[in-house]
Design a protein around this ligand. Structure first.
Ligand code: 13P
Ligand code: SF4
Length: 327
C-alpha cells in the first residue's frame, strides 16, 4: 500500500468513527478534493454546512469558510486543518480598523482620487451613509458579517443587491466584485478598496494573449478579476458556475479565469473538452496549505476548532441566513 493510500484509509476510518464529513472548496489540492464528501463554491458549501447531518465538519478551505460553517451549524465541531490558511482579502476590512473605501467605479457616484482615512472602519462608512444597507462578501471575518445587513457570494452578488429595498448599497470588501455588481444594477454601489491578489494580477492583455493562442476557446472569468478582464470574458461566474457552464456548453475549449485548482475537476469530469488556465500563476497559497496529512492530523487531534462567540455569531448568522433566503 502506498503512503498516500494508507493516509486515505486512516482518514476514512476516523471519519466513520467520529461521524465527520469533509467539505472542500473547488480550489483545494486534487488529493483533498478526492477525499471530500462535498466540493463546491462558497455558496454551495454554506448551504451544505447549514443542512449537513454529522457531528464534525472538516473544512478544507480558508478560515472565513470554516467560520461560516460554524456560524450556520453551531452545534457541530468545525475543524480547519491548517490554522494559518487565511484569505488576505478578508483581512482588508475590519470592524475596528480598516482600509480605504472608494466610489470611483463606472456607474458609481464619481469621486476619483477620494479616499477615506487609513484608520477608516466599516462603522465609519455606515455613519457616512446612514440607513444604506451593507452587503458583505462572504470572504470576510465573522465580526464584519455581524456588522452587515446581508452577505453575498460571487454566485449571487447581483441577485442579493437587486433584492434590497434601497437604491444605494455599500458593498465590501472586494472592489472588483463590487464593480461587476455595479455594472449589472441601476443601484448606486459604494465600494471598499479590497481585492484578491490571485485575481487582481490578471490584465486585459493576458486575455488577449490567451485568446490568440486558443482562438476557439470560451473565456470564463471570476468576478474577483478586474473589470477590464470581465469586459473581455465570454461569461462571468463563480467557481461552480464555471463547472456548470463548461459541462453544459457545446464548446470544446475553455480558458479558466480563476484559481488553477478548479481545472482539476473540470479536466476529470469533461474528458472530451480542453481547459487552459488564463494565467498559470493564478494559485492561492492559502488554499494550497491543506494536504492529506493535515486532514489526517486534524481528525486525529481534533484541531483546529473554529468557534465564533455567540455575540458575533448571532448577528453574523442573520446576515448569512438572509442571503440563503434570497436564492
Ligand atoms: P467561489 O465562491 O466562486 O468559489 O469563490 C471563492 C473564492 O475565494 C474566490 O477567490
Ligand atoms: Fe482569498 Fe483570493 Fe485565496 Fe479566494 S483565491 S481565498 S479570495 S486570496
Amino acid at each position: 500500500m502506498t503512503d498516500r493510500s494508507a493516509v486515505v484509509d486512516k482518514i476514512q476510518t476516523l471519519k466513520k468513527k467520529k461521524n465527520a464529513l469533509i467539505l472542500a472548496h473547488n480550489y483545494q489540492r486534487e488529493e483533498v478534493q478526492d477525499i471530500a464528501d462535498h466540493t463546491g463554491d462558497s455558496l454551495e458549501l454554506s448551504r451544505i454546512a447549514a443542512s449537513i447531518d454529522c457531528e464534525v465538519i472538516v473544512f478544507c478551505g480558508v478560515n472565513f469558510m470554516a467560520e461560516s460553517a460554524s456560524i450556520l451549524s453551531p452545534d457541530k465541531m468545525v475543524l480547519l486543518p491548517e490554522i494559518s490558511a487565511g484569505c488576505p482579502m478578508a483581512d482588508m476590512i475590519t470592524v475596528g480598523g480598516a482600509r480605504n473605501a472608494r466610489t470611483d467605479f463606472p456607474g458609481f457616484r464619481y469621486e476619483r482620487g477620494y479616499t477615506y482615512p487609513a484608520e477608516f472602519t466599516l462603522k465609519d462608512i455606515k455613519k457616512i451613509h446612514p440607513g444604506v444597507p451593507v452587503v458583505t462578501y462572504v470572504n470576510t471575518t465573522a465580526d464584519v458579517k455581524a456588522e452587515s445587513d446581508i452577505c453575498c457570494t460571487s454566485a449571487n452578488g447581483v441577485r442579493i443587491v437587486e433584492s434590497l429595498d434601497s437604491d444605494k448599497v455599500i458593498c465590501v470588501p472586494d472592489k472588483n466584485l463590487s464593480a461587476w455588481i455595479a455594472s449589472k444594477t441601476k443601484k448606486e454601489v459604494i465600494a471598499w478598496d479590497g481585492f484578491c491578489h490571485v485575481h487582481e494580477r490578471v490584465t486585459a492583455d493576458d486575455v488577449d494573449v490567451v485568446r490568440q493562442e486558443h482562438p476557439d476557446a470560451v473565456v470564463l472569468a471570476h468576478p474577483e478579476c478586474r473589470m477590464e478582464v470581465l469586459e473581455k470574458a465570454d461569461h462571468v461566474t463563480s467557481t461552480s458556475g464555471m463547472i456548470r457552464f463548461a459541462e453544459s456548453s457545446e464548446a470544446k475549449e475553455f480558458i479558466i479565469g480563476t484559481e488553477t485548482g478548479l481545472l482539476y475537476g473540470l479536466i476529470k469530469n469533461n474528458p472530451d473538452k480542453i481547459f487552459y488556465p488564463l494565467r498559470k500563476d493564478m494559485v492561492c497559497p492559502n488554499m494550497k496549505k491543506t494536504s492529506l496529512n493535515s486532514v489526517l492530523h486534524c481528525l486525529e487531534s481534533e484541531t483546529y476548532k473554529i468557534k465564533v462567540p455567540e455575540e458575533i455569531r448571532v448577528p453574523a448568522k442573520k446576515a448569512l441566513d438572509r442571503m440563503l433566503e434570497v436564492n
